[in-house]
Each structure stands twice: as C-alpha cells, then as structure tokens.
Design a protein around this ligand. Structure first.
Ligand code: XMP
Length: 516
C-alpha cells in the first residue's frame, strides 16, 4: 500500500487515483496521522500531497522528520515537497515567489531518475507561494524554472524525491510518467493492482466475511449497486438475492436492463417488487418537489422493507450488500478505519435504508474503490456497457422530472422524449462529454403551435445537458446544433403531447442539475 498524506487541498484523492493508475494500491490518510501509525502500516511508499498552507503559516500541518528515519520511500508534491525540504534540513523561503498555473520547467544537467529522457523543457502545473531555495544534503536538484531554482530533487539512495509542481493533474502532461518512475524505479514497488487482482481479492474477502451465510442487495439500476451485487454473486453464488423496486418512475428500458442484462451477466437471483401503482397512488395530486421526494423516499423504503422481509422469511439472511465507494469512506476515516461496519447509509434512497427491525451486517465490496475502478471491475465481470457506463440518474427518477403532478400519461410522454434524446446523444458520441442530460416535462405549461394544418396546444420538453466533474458544480454543455435539431425534430414529430423543445443554458450554481 502507498499512503497519500492529505494536506487538505483537493489533490489527495486525485493522487491516490493516479497511483492506482500506475497499478499500485493506495489509500489516503489525514495529515494528523502520527508517523508511528504510518510506519506501523508498513507502506510501500508515502506520498506527501499538496495543500493550501504555507509551511510558515501558523497551524500549518507539520511533517515529523521521524518519517525519514524509517527507510520508507517518500515523494513530496508541492506543499509536501516544501515540507519535506524543510524537515530534512533544506531551505524554504517565504519569499512570495508565486507560480500559478502552467509553467515551464527546465531539467538541469542531471535529470535524475524521475525526469530522465523527458523533454529538457516541458510544461507543468504549479500552485505555490513559498519556494525551496536549497535542497537538503544528499539530494540532487533535477529541475528548475525561471522563478525557482529548486523545482525537483531526489536522493535515490535513500529513495526520496519531490517536485514543486502537481504531477497528478492533466495539465502536467508528463506527470503520470514521473509518478510511475517514483513508484516503480525509485521506490522499487512491483505493480500488481489490476482489475483482475481487485476482483480476486474482493471475492476472497467477501467469502471470508459471509462464510456460508446469505446476503441481499438492493439494486437501483445504477453502476455501484450492480457491480457490488455482481462481485458478491461471484463470491457466494445463489446465496445472494437481489431486490429491485420498480417504482414506475424509471426510464424506458431500465427495468429490462436489470431484469435481463444484469441477470444474464451475473446469474443472480432477482426479486422484482412491482410497485408502480402504489407510487402513482401516493403521488396523486402532489406538485411540490420536496413533498414528491419525501413520498417517493418513504414508499421506496416501505416497499424495499416488505420485499426484503419476504426474501428473509425463507432463509436466515445475515448480510446486506451496499455499494459504498472509497470517496465516501475517506471522510469517515479510511477503509479499515475505526469500527466502520456500521457505516451511515446514504440519505439518497437508492438502496432504501435499513429496515429497523432486521439486523444485517453490511457487505461493502466497493469500499476501497474509486468510480472508474468500479466501472472496470463491472466490465471485467461481464456487465454490459449500458450498465457500467451509465450516467448518474436520481433515485426519485422521472418523478422529479415532471414539473407538476406525476401521472401515468405524463410519464409515458416523458419516457418517449427521454428515450429519443438519449438515443441521439449516444449516436452522436456525446455520452462521455456529457455528465448527464435530464429531460424534463413542463406538464403545467402549454404553448400554442402548429403541426400539419392544425393548431396545437402542447407541452414543452426541456433538455438539460450538463458537463461536470462531480455534480457539485456544472456547466451547460454546448451541444452541436445538428444534434439539437435532430432531437427537437424527432421529439415534436414522435411524441404527440409535445410541441416545443427548449434547452436549459444555466450553469450550477445558480441552477441545480435537476429541475426539482
Ligand atoms: P442537483 O439537482 O442537486 O443534482 O444538482 C446533483 C446530482 O445528484 C443527482 N440527484 C440524486 N441522486 N437521489 C440520487 O441518487 C436523489 O434523490 C437525487 N437528487 C439529485 C442528480 O441527478 C445529479 O447527478
């Protein structure tokens, strides 16, 4: 394991992902972790991340020099580079030598192991205030910039190295190569973290945890629950039962995807709880978005509970499978962090939440994985691209994409329009560029139109294509006009209640991605 010490900027998770892309397993630990604890975990290497502070700022996370007495390979980046220089007796000047953004580094006479063979001058991404003015004793300076003399150093004997820039970001085109060289060549780690090894290790761990017990898993139609279920299925076979709640608010083809594609790919036993009537009944007459969400959430939990109780009635089921991912875990203290089998169930009701009166142990096979790893594991396990490549879709489904009361007819209208938009966006090869594209029916708005010889008085459909990294912020995607035109023409021709198609050109903030 490579431990990434998080100095509190946004970079630690990205670094951890990049390490894994170099086929080496990594975890993140907070900067407050005592060196004794780090050493006790016998890491293959330690990476000191960037961070927002100046090493001279009051309360700046200190680096205990004891780390360097343990013989562990260490790589410092940005703040970590400066903290390392300082802890080892180099000089860091609080001289306000600032470099932000794209900067050219120049390799010195001895490019060393990290930069050997790279272009003598190449762009990197910088973001720092202070600068290292003298490398610690025993280190070779291997790169500089116009403004800083020491932009990289290494002491390969002691397996220590650092760079002032951010090798983990895409704006440092040789960054991944430099990170690889540190891991493989300086630290001497044999790469072995691959999709196949993830599957083997996870399956083994599930078997050890569940023994000859039984498990249930709530499927949402999304990537995480599908891959979690597929892993558990591989580990314990038909002692896993999957429960899928059909609330009638799915998009066209989604239930079939779970019923056919998922089952075909995994051989899992699937229990479908048919509940569309119940949800539509509960939603009748309701137009307030929050009320809709609450009703859908409440009904979901009840249906999931009832279905689960039915499954449990036949056998003793001791385990509930959850698709918790590593980024959720980092915040709550690490993969094997403090007493964590009682993890909080996400408030989003994809999985429904735990029935109060039934005690389960949680099985969380994705606890150590990032989303991209989950997708590769899913693909390797034979799940189809429509499942592993799926864009985010909200738990309350189309219920929050009909502005106004949710009825069966309106759902049908929206489903038809949504299917056309998805089909055309996929055909245009835009699925990767677009984070997601909600299609919204303004059910309480009508406008006048003309079709054929007649006047129409129909509803508008809103396309809401967004680009995003994490859904916290988003920008509206500039769709090619030809694609917009095709979607508009097809929807107004093929979906009878709709006579206008409009595009939402609002970023988030101020808008949210969904309309409700
Ligand atoms: P907003 O609309 O808040 O959405 O910008 C951010 C992201 O979250 C998704 N979303 C949900 N996902 N259950 C979910 O699982 C929900 O209740 C829910 N509400 C919004 C939304 O699609 C977007 O990706």
């Amino acid at each position: 394991t490579v431990l990434v010490v998080d100095y509190g900027a946004q970079y630690a998770q990205l670094i951890a992902r990049r390490v894994r892309e170099a086929d080496v397993y990594s975890e993140i630990v907070p900067a407050t972790t005592p060196v004794s604890e780090i050493v006790a975990r016998e890491p293959a290497a330690v990476i000191l991340s960037g961070g927002p502070a100046s090493v001279y700022a009051e309360g700046a996370p200190a680096l205990d020099p004891a780390l360097f007495e343990a013989g562990i390979p260490v790589f410092g980046m940005c703040y970590g580079f400066q903290a390392m220089a300082r802890a080892l007796g180099g000089e860091v000047a609080p001289d306000g030598t600032r470099e932000y953004g794209r900067t050219e580094v120049t390799l010195t006479g001895t490019p060393g192991t990290l930069h050997e063979g790279l272009p003598r001058t190449h762009p990197v991404w910088m973001s720092h205030g202070d600068s290292v003015t003298a490398a610690p004793e025993g280190f070779t300076v291997t790169a500089s910039t116009d403004r800083v003399a020491v932009a990289a150093f290494e002491d390969t004997e002691r397996r220590l190295a650092g760079v002032q820039y951010h090798p983990e970001v895409g704006h440092s085109p040789h960054g991944q190569e430099v990170l690889r060289r540190f891991l493989h060549d300086v630290a001497g780690i044999t790469p072995g973290w691959t999709t196949a090894s993830i599957i083997d290790e996870t399956v083994e761990a599930i078997r050890a945890q569940v023994g000859d017990g039984r498990a249930i898993c709530g499927l949402s139609g999304g990537v995480d629950s599908a891959v979690a279920a597929a892993l558990v299925q591989r580990a314990i076979g038909d002692r896993l039962t999957c429960v899928f709640v059909d609330h009638g608010l799915m998009r066209s083809g989604e239930r079939e995807q779970v019923e056919k594609d998922f089952v075909a790919a995994t051989g899992a036993t699937l229990h479908v709880a048919e509940a569309a009537d119940r949800f539509l009944g509960a939603l009748a007459g309701v137009t307030d978005p929050e009320q809709k969400r609450k009703i859908i959430g409440r009904e979901f939990i009840r249906v999931f509970e009832t279905a689960t109780a039915e499954v449990v009635a036949d056998h003793h089921v001791g385990f509930l499978v959850q698709g918790t991912l590593y980024p959720d875990v980092v915040e709550s203290g690490g993969v094997d962090g403090s007493g964590n089998n009682t993890a909080v169930i996400k408030s989003h009701h994809n999985v429904g939440g735990l029935p109060d009166d039934i005690e389960f142990d949680l099985v969380e096979p994705l606890r150590a994985l990032f989303k991209d790893e989950v997708r590769s594991v899913g693909a390797e396990l034979g799940l189809p691209e429509v499942i592993v490549g799926r864009q985010p879709f909200p738990g309350p489904g189309l219920g929050i994409r009909i502005i106004g009361e949710v009825t069966r007819d309106r759902l049908e209208t929206l489903r038809a329009a949504d299917a056309i938009a998805r089909e055309e966006l996929t055909a245009a090869g835009l699925d990767r560029e677009i984070w997601q594209c909600p299609v919204v029916l303004l059910a309480d708005v009508r406008s006048v139109g003309v079709q054929g010889d007649g006047r129409t008085y129909g509803h508008p459909i809103v396309l809401r294509p967004v680009s995003s990294e994490d859904a916290m912020t988003a920008d509206w995607t500039r769709l090619p006009y030809e694609v917009v035109e095709r979607i508009s023409t097809r929807i107004t021709n093929e979906v009878s209640e709709v006579n206008r198609v409009v595009i939402d050109v609002t970023s988030k903030p101020p808008g949210t991605i969904e309309w409700e």
